[in-house]
Design a protein around this ligand. Structure first.
Ligand code: DOR
Ligand code: ZN
Length: 345
């Protein structure tokens, strides 16, 4: 039985760090294990210009624990008014690593996102030219469409037309949740990749709704039926170069989760690597864990893989069930099964 596993230090290709006191509370959880992360721009107000992204990066660096070498990779929040020149200048400076497309109203703090997709063609054209990836929240916001079908409908109605209009555009379909998305990415060429979260590898919709409602398992896109989880698991554990880890770790204080209209998001920064090791181990796929956490992401983002290593040991992790924040406790995602792997200090 494998007892230790050494990997290149992982990166998180989709992370919510928030700002202010919440940033200070959650940043150490990611910086402890990860070298870099693609930082989501859905703050209030959103990060829409390179100047705002630069200031946000400075706040993240200032909140890092002493001695940490964690590197935030900044993104811009795409609006119908995004200036292609500003995007190109931010990318040329090495500051901006992606632009995030939220369909307006699709999820947390997405109100400033895109409603009229025709208005974003100039910026997409520029991004295709300079090779800057577009990260996509892939859910339609059409209220007529059932929430469990919104990803598949978005691919057909919105994403595929965008990709046909901009064949050179490099796209990351974020937090895929369906076999439809896995198939779409698998069948595409090198310009399309996908991130997969930790929690979508663990839960299906029964975990959220059967035998009582579990708000800590509610996120967007919402987890789908088991056949879809199995498709995600196959993609993640296969070693396929265009699937990689983006945790979508999304902190909301318990008071905001355990409410009549609770917020979407699972907070997995603390125990993601323990959970992934467990999940890959159960699938007999530990040899492919490094590709998923540490190699495929940098290759797609055209960055070098990290040179330093972490070691996972077959010993149960010891982490708190909750993190204290200025807004009260924040619950760490509970996979619902025992964890046997921990990151060596
Ligand atoms: O569950 C989610 N939480 N999905 C998102 O798309 C946004 C995120 C958040 O910011 O809380
Ligand atoms: Zn997200």
């Amino acid at each position: 039985m494998t007892r230790t596993l050494t990997l290149r230090r992982p990166d998180d290709w989709h992370l919510h760090l928030r700002d202010g006191a919440m940033l200070a509370a959650v940043l150490p959880e990611t910086a402890r294990h990860f070298a870099r992360a693609i930082v989501m721009p859905n703050l209030v107000p959103p990060v829409v210009t390179t100047a705002q992204a630069s200031a946000y990066r400075d706040r993240i660096l200032a909140a890092l624990p002493p001695g940490s070498s964690f590197e935030p990779l900044m993104t811009l929040y795409l609006t119908e008014d995004t200036d292609p020149d500003d995007v190109a200048q931010g990318a040329a400076r090495g500051l901006i690593h992606a632009v995030k497309l939220y369909p307006a109203g699709a999820t947390t703090n997405s109100a400033s996102g895109v409603s009229d997709f025709d208005r974003i063609h100039p910026v997409l054209e520029r991004m295709a030219k300079i090779g800057l990836p577009l990260c996509v929240h892939g859910e339609t916001t059409d209220p007529e469409i059932d929430i469990f079908d919104r990803e598949a409908v978005f691919i057909a109605r919105t994403l595929d037309p965008i990709r046909r209009a901009h064949p050179g555009l490099r796209v990351v379909m974020e937090h895929v949740t369906t076999s439809d998305a896995v198939d779409y990415v698998t069948d595409a060429g090198d310009s399309l990749a996908a991130t997969i979260t930790t929690h979508h590898l663990v839960i299906n919709r029964n975990h959220i709704l059967a035998g009582g409602i579990r708000p800590h398992y509610y996120c967007l896109p919402v987890a789908k039926r088991e056949t879809h989880r199995r498709a995600l698991l196959r993609a993640a554990t296969s070693g396929h170069a265009r699937f990689f880890l983006g945790t979508d770790s999304a902190p909301h204080p318990d008071a905001a989760k355990l409410a009549p209209c609770g917020c979407a998001g699972c907070f997995t920064a603390t125990n993601t690597l323990s959970i992934l090791a467990e999940v890959f181990d159960r699938e007999d796929a530990l040899p492919n864990l490094e590709a998923f956490t540490s190699l495929n992401g940098p290759a797609f983002y055209r960055l070098p893989a990290n040179e330093d290593r972490i070691t996972l040991r077959r010993t149960p992790p010891d982490h708190p069930a909750q993190i204290e924040t200025a807004d009260g406790p924040l619950t760490v995602f509970d996979p619902g099964f025992a964890l046997n792997w921990s990151v060596a200090p």
